[in-house]
Design a protein around this ligand. Structure first.
Ligand code: PLP
Length: 384
């Protein structure tokens, strides 16, 4: 199998799986219980919190574990708005992940004014638009650190400067940069930041929201006092343990991995551009997460390419996993100005820790023939 969909999810690192299995067998205690097995569970949860915090350049009290990256995004937007009743506006971008975009739309229905910052054809947000959109009534600006489909990295420090000038808080969804490039909450200057374990070789169903100390936010789940009262519910202890271990492994090797993965991705990119006529690369030439490659194959339907590759056990994506079963063109690709028929021809390949030289060779061997064959039978003019 050649797995090139690491932006959708990553394989669990075997060391993470082992750590979780060991924990599940030995530590069933409730972290809220005061006797030793409860205290032990709490201690292990704290160690994981410290690992996640350390990797983000934060303090453990600034990390709230959540049920997913999606939950962390929901929490950030609605939690900040609810805690600031005198402010009724948020600013986000047109091509955020649905976890932010759909929350923004939900809030809009409840009367919140939402401004959607457009992006240029490389996927960079329009900072002038942002500057005009942020007002003294803006509670929060939420701009993703890097886009999941094309990998463009946003100028978050500029966003922070603009927002803080007008007294607005800043949230960034760093799910697609965490573990791939440096993600340091202090250096970025953000007030809130979302991460998710299953994109960094950890388990699914566990994420975290970084909340800078003294940030005014309303609790997300009401009940017990877990997560400092911000997110009630008995902790997903094994998930948290897995997240902690995944981050410890990242801390040890992310830079080395980054160099290797980027070289592989560059080889794949160059090979595709050399071997396949008329492909178009989507995204920013420099400011991007380099393990993400998004290509248009004009004249073809991406799904046909995806299915043909799948018969060779090569797994790629047509965009965000959430829109995979929809016929509509990706809103991310439309936002960067692609025509719908071009957007529907786009394939995303995302490499990761377990990607190999051989994977790249296999794709470069199989893909050109698949594209050529599909172009021959395509009803569209293949090379307009
Ligand atoms: C940018 C971004 N934000 C949020 C999420 C959601 O994270 P989770 O799958 O943990 O809910 C994803 C996952 O695809 C993502 O890519």
């Amino acid at each position: 199998m050649v797995y090139l969909d690491n932006n959708a999810t990553t394989p669990v690192d075997p060391r993470v799986a082992e750590k979780m299995a060991g924990f599940l067998k030995e530590h069933f205690g409730n972290p809220s219980s005061l006797y030793p097995i409860g205290r032990k569970a709490k201690e292990i949860v704290t160690e994981s919190r410290e690992a996640v915090a350390g990797f983000l350049g934060a303090h453990r009290s600034e990390i709230t574990f959540t049920g997913s990256g999606t939950e962390a995004d929901n929490f950030a937007l609605s939690g900040v708005l609810d805690a600031n009743p005198d402010k009724n506006e948020i600013v986000t971008s047109v091509f955020e992940h649905p976890a932010v975009l759909e929350t923004a739309r939900y809030l809009e229905k409840k009367g919140v004014k939402v401004s959607y910052v457009p992006v240029d054809k490389t996927g960079l947000i329009d900072l002038d638009f942002l500057r005009d959109a942020v007002t003294p009534r803006t509670a929060l600006v939420s701009i993703m650190h890097a886009n999941n489909e094309i990998g463009t990295i946003q100028p978050i420090r500029d966003v922070v400067r603009i927002a803080h000038d007008k007294g607005a808080l800043v949230h960034t969804d760093a799910v697609q940069t965490f573990g791939k490039i440096e993600v340091n909450a202090d250096k970025l200057g953000v007030d809130l930041l979302t991460v998710s374990a299953h994109k960094v070789y950890g388990p699914k169903g566990i994420g975290a929201l970084y909340i800078r100390r003294s940030t005014n936010i309303r609790p997300f789940l009401h009940g017990g006092h877990q997560e400092r009262g911000l997110r009630a519910g008995t902790e997903n202890t094994s998930g948290i343990v897995g997240f902690g271990e995944a981050v410890r492994i990242l801390a040890d090797r992310w830079k080395k991995d980054k160099d290797r993965i980027e070289k592989l991705a560059d080889r794949l990119k160059t090979g595709i551009e050399e071997k396949i006529p008329k492909v178009r690369f989507n995204g920013h030439p420099e400011k991007r997460v380099k393990s993400t490659l998004n290509f248009a194959f004009p004249g073809l339907e991406a799904e046909a390419i995806l299915l043909a590759l799948a018969t060779k056990e090569i797994y790629v994506s047509t965009g965000s996993a959430c829109s995979e079963d929809s016929d509509e063109a990706s809103y991310v690709l439309l936002a960067i100005g692609l025509r719908p028929e071009i957007a529907r021809s786009c394939i995303r390949m995302s490499l990761g820790r377990f990607s190999t030289d051989e994977d790249v060779e296999v794709v470069l061997h199989e893909l050109p023939g698949i594209v050529e064959k599909l172009r021959k039978i395509s009803a569209f003019d293949p090379l307009p």
